[in-house]
Write a protein that binds this ligand. Sequence first.
Ligand SMILES: *Cc1c(COP(=O)(O)O)cnc(C)c1O
Length: 418
Amino acid sequence: MGSHRIMEIMSHAEPDAVDHVLTRTVHAGRDQLRSLGVHTPPLDRSTTYPLTSLDGGTASLDQLAGGARIAENPVYQRLHNPTVARWEDAVAGLEHADTAVAFSSGMAAITATVMAARLGGGDHVVAVRPIYGGTDHLLATGLLGGSVTWARPEDVAGAIRPDTGLVLLETPANPTLATVDIADVVAQAGTVPVAVDNTFATPVLQNPLDHGAAYAIHSATKALGGHGDVTGGVVACSEALAQPLRQVRILTGALLDPQAAWLLHRGLPTLALRVHAAQDSACALAQRLALHPDVVDVRHPSLPGQDPLGLIPRQMAGPGQMIAFRVRGGHARAARIVAAVELITPAVSLGSVDTLIQHPAGLTHRVVAADARDEHGIGEDLLRVSVGIEHPDDLWRDLTRALQVSAPVDRPLETVSS
Ligand SMILES: *Cc1c(COP(=O)(O)O)cnc(C)c1O
């Protein structure tokens, strides 16, 4: 076999040459494994690295401290780790980004993005509500300094100031599944970088950078991990924007543990399978919930009228695995439902292989200002379901039984249709 033939095979093995997300998730970040002589990603837990020479170590330290992705010597785990870098490459490929920077959690990733904007002189953040409760709280408390303006998606342009360093949004948003047209917000933001928390959609369904966003942020704790056993975060962006993120990571120490990166990489090959399977079940459950007499206002972008901007398929390849709905009977009924589910776990978090149900007003969004919760429909009667990959009929049986046994005692159970 001539060498040009080998080159051809190798170039065809590059993730960019592969069209389908099912294939890309399986092979992401694995293109160097064959040359390493291994079939699965190796796990390097080293906290420090032997230096090629003192001068070589000094040069590498300077490069990494300046935000470089890689240097001749990794030097120290807080500066670089090959296992983490391999998973970062995988996520970058899936997000159509130059590169990605991994963090110890989704909140660490969001914190670093805000701090990087401040390093660039932007003290003011424009954020679109609703947004994850922790992000809302981080910005509202002013913990990182600077200030925040909350804007509706259509009002972003008017909220931009000369010192605005970042526009932050989530779509679909946690917990109401409200959707935002990324390209529209990017156009309004002008030269200000737009960060999109892409945790709900996953890179399988949405790539914010394709629509002009500067950053795609994930809580990798959710669908990227997918098995409820690893906490992590990641920001996919251009190489220029990644450098200050890496500097923040070195200084704050909010790095992803290599074992966590290894687990995240292990979960990646099934990401598209999991997201598609869970999404199919979510569509089925959303339809059935919408017909249930004790449920109102089911939120899932697959339902009629729930994608008013026509973002599927223009921005999103599908509606995803998250559902929110309101129950008749308010807080008390919601509490009885989460107490009654058996197959479904009453727990925060999302994107796992198993189905979870939680009460945003009492849990994930408890830290959000009460008036903002009211304004954005995060009421005491709202429940959020992260649909897993179980059979939808089994999930439906559990949900309808929980709805039935939680019905107020003055209503005979027989009249509650299943
Ligand atoms: C969970 C979550 C976060 C925070 O991620 P952690 O890994 O828990 O720190 C951020 N954004 C969204 C949309 C989330 O669901």
